[in-house]
Structures are given as C-alpha cells and as structure tokens.
Design a protein around this ligand. Structure first.
Ligand code: SAM
Length: 271
C-alpha cells in the first residue's frame, strides 16, 4: 500500500473494505488468470490491492471508481499505458461506450450495490467473457442455490438462466481493512453462449420470475394471476399449486413461453 493509500479513510457509504491479505489477492488473481491483450475491467479498484497484480499480469486494465480521492491516488500510481480509469458510478456506466471488445469483469464489489450491479450487467452478458467477483457469502449462496433451497429466489433464477455460476472459495473478514461483519466469497460467472440460451423473450421471462417471487408465500396461480391463469400454468407443464421456490429455471422458461403466446389485454401487457 502507498503512503497516499494509507492516509485514505475508508468510506462506509462506498462499501470500502480493502483487501490486505496478499495470499487472498494472489488466489483471486490466479483464479482470474489475466492475460495481455484481454479487456479486463475492474469495478472499484480502491487502494489497488487487485489492480496492481492485474496490471502486472495483463499489462493494462480498465477500472471504474466512484471515490475521487482514490481515483486521484490511482492516477498518481499508474500511468495511461497501465490503467484506463473512469471516475463514475458503475451503475451508470454505458458499457457499450466503455469498451468495444468482449469484457472480463472483475472486482471486490461494494456490498451495498452488489445485487443491483448483477442485474445491471445481465443485459450485457453477450458482450462479456467472464465475471469474477467477491461478494458477501450470503449473496453468492443465493446465486448458486438450487430449486427447493431456502435461499433460492429471483437472483438465483435470473443469473442461472443467463450464466454458469460457480462459487470458488470463501474469504474471512480478517482479510480486509476495515474487517466487514460477514464472510465473503469469490464467484465465477460465465455467460451461457447464445446457442445454449432457451428461445424465450427475456423481458417476459424476467417479468414472470419477478411476479412469481414477488409474493413468495403464494402459490403460482395467485402469484401469477395477472399473467397466467391456472389452466395456462398447467398448459406450460407446471403445477399451479406449486410455489416459486420449488420451480426449476426450465419451468420458468416454460411459463414465460406460455405467457408469450397469449393475446394480452392492456393491463397485463408484459413487455
Ligand atoms: N478493490 C479494492 C480491494 O479489493 O481492496 C476495493 C474494494 S472495496 C470493497 C469497493 C470499492 O468500490 C471501493 O474502492 C469503492 O470506493 C468502490 N465503489 C463503491 N461504490 C461504487 C460505485 N457505485 N461505482 C464504482 N465504484 C464504487
């Protein structure tokens, strides 16, 4: 860590828990395996725990950092041939303008925005090679949860529909300064290739999943009442008495396909 970085006070509102365990940093960078020529984009470089090692391996990376003080420190430490830094809120990035080549996204994510960020990246999955993120373990458990699990929900279905998601390893609170209250985990996400994706309207799929989990304790015929009636749910091969948390991703696809065939009245239009 540089003197500049040592003087920086961690800001809670930006979810700043800085990695300071070199073994963990190496383990994450080894999992990413950065190579020269790849378009690597780090979210929240902070005090550069990962950034420095990523640049050593890849030569150059892109990063987006919201904290101006940290951005100034990063600019002093790395020149333009090593780091292309965007000073911005990652949730407002126009990814199409940010990079033209397929992206490798990495980051020890600020926990307060991790779920909205995962949803914000969903529509650009076709432009992404892979994503390696450190998140709260509880969020990673939701991301990889199978149907029937207590933590299986909208996040699990939406991400598993679009990505192969695998948890790599846990990282204890002591690896960070300041130490967070919870354990973290590193997750790897590979977007499914387009030919592997089910042929279904993605916005209808998203709407069906949101409605089904919006009223978690309700059986499907009630939760989906504005989209599909009980007969239509059965037509899709799904039990209308079931609850969303027991349904596979494929069953949600079947429901979305059935919804797509309907002549929709204005009040239940899906798109
Ligand atoms: N990568 C560093 C590390 O591993 O030590 C810092 C990780 S820290 C958990 C999260 C970083 O994301 C901080 O540098 C924080 O300022 C930055 N950050 C927080 N919210 C952000 C946002 N909306 N857009 C971009 N960066 C953000």
């Amino acid at each position: 860590m540089t003197t500049d970085a040592r003087a920086h006070q961690a800001r809670k509102r930006f979810g700043q828990n800085f990695l300071h365990d070199a073994v963990v940093v190496d383990r994450i960078v080894d999992a990413i395996d950065p190579q020269p020529g790849q378009t690597i984009f780090e979210i929240g470089p902070g005090q550069a725990a990962l950034t420095g090692r990523l640049i050593e391996r890849a030569g150059h990376i892109h990063a987006v950092e919201i904290d101006r003080d940290l951005a100034a420190i990063l600019r002093r430490r790395f020149d333009d041939t090593q780091l292309t830094l965007i000073e911005a809120d990652v949730l407002k990035i126009d990814w199409h303008a940010a990079a033209s080549k397929p992206l490798r996204l990495v980051g020890n994510l600020p926990y307060n925005i991790s779920t909205p960020l995962l949803f914000a990246l969903w529509p650009i999955a076709d432009r992404v090679i892979d994503q390696h993120f450190m998140l709260q373990r509880e969020v990673v458990e939701r991301m990889v949860a199978p149907p029937g699990s207590k933590v299986y929900g909208r996040l699990s279905v939406m991400l598993q529909f679009r990505y192969h998601v695998s948890k790599l390893f846990d990282v204890p609170p002591e690896a960070f300064k300041p130490a967070p209250k919870v354990t973290s985990s590193v997750v790897r996400m590979h977007p499914r290739p387009v030919h592997e994706l089910p042929d279904v309207n993605a916005s209808i799929f998203a709407r069906v999943v949101a409605a089904a989990f919006g009223q978690r304790r309700k059986i499907l015929r009630n939760a989906l009442a504005e989209i599909l009636n009980a007969d239509e749910i059965r037509d899709a091969g799904v039990d209308s008495q079931a609850r969303a948390e027991t349904l596979s991703v494929e069953s949600f696809v079947d429901l979305a396909r059935r919804a797509a065939t309907k002549t929709l009245t204005p009040e239940c239009r899906l798109a």
